[in-house]
Design a protein around this ligand. Sequence first.
Ligand code: NCD
Length: 318
Amino acid sequence: MTFRHRHLLGIEPLHPLEITELLDRADHYATLNREGRAPRDVLAGLTQINMFFENSTRTQASFELAGKRLGADVMNMAMQASSLKKGETLIDTALTLNAMRPDLLVVRHPNSGAVDLLAQKVNCAVLNAGDGRHEHPTQALLDALTIRRAKGRLHRLSIAICGDIAHSRVARSNIMLLGKMENRLRLIAPPTLMPSGVAEFGVEVFDDMEEGLKDVDVVMMLRLQKERMDGGFIPSEREYFHRYGLDAAKLAHAKDDAIVMHPGPMNRGVEIDGTIADDINRSVIQEQVEMGVAVRMAAMELLARNLRAERTGTEATA
Ligand code: NCD
């Protein structure tokens, strides 16, 4: 089985074998990146446009670098200054860009579902770089690759996802991916930050960190998404850190060799203690950033392969 999608909009439609194929390819690119030998011809002749309607540091930089390492022509649209501000709809912007014939469109948008909608209007490959609280597939894939490299496998692990799960597209994509790969998932959050309908996910739910972290292999911390809250979700940041912030005392309940993850950007002293985040024996946060580039290279390569096959197929039958 090979990865056979036109777009990468979410983890939901992916088969476990497709996930494995993508991770294997990304692992290969991680090695080439370390050796400074990324092949410049893989995306040569293709145009990649990055459209970020929400702020981003690492995801945008990572997609840009991934495209450039594989030889694509990469353009970053400054969406803050775009015609959207003049009242143009998302669809009109998409159609305008589509007319410029890009091959890969990387989109981040504050509204859940906006990237899916856009994908229906264009004839290039679309990659979801995060839509509202819906999905962030490349983040889940880079997390999976980081876990697989640290633990030597991506199944039958006990993994805790902690913090602001309700507002997190990272959590949603990770729950789906890690569930598909048959891991045991534990969600730890105050009841106000636990999504409704969580029982359907096939996970264990905790509101106490010490109980939830007991004997886990992986501790995945999430940022408090204040921009998606309209007040009243937590009593105070100080109180939140006391009960849900990851510090040495709480981490002591996990396995001795448990790894600590965070997708960034981190609020030190709110969801994670700075010394834990910087502890190179426990934290794989920098490795996550490194794997981000490799995963995005692999994702764009596979989509470009499918796009080229589709185009040649169309030409052949035309
Ligand atoms: C995440 C995002 O934007 O969803 N960050 C990221 O992509 N590295 C998580 C977050 O913003 O907290």
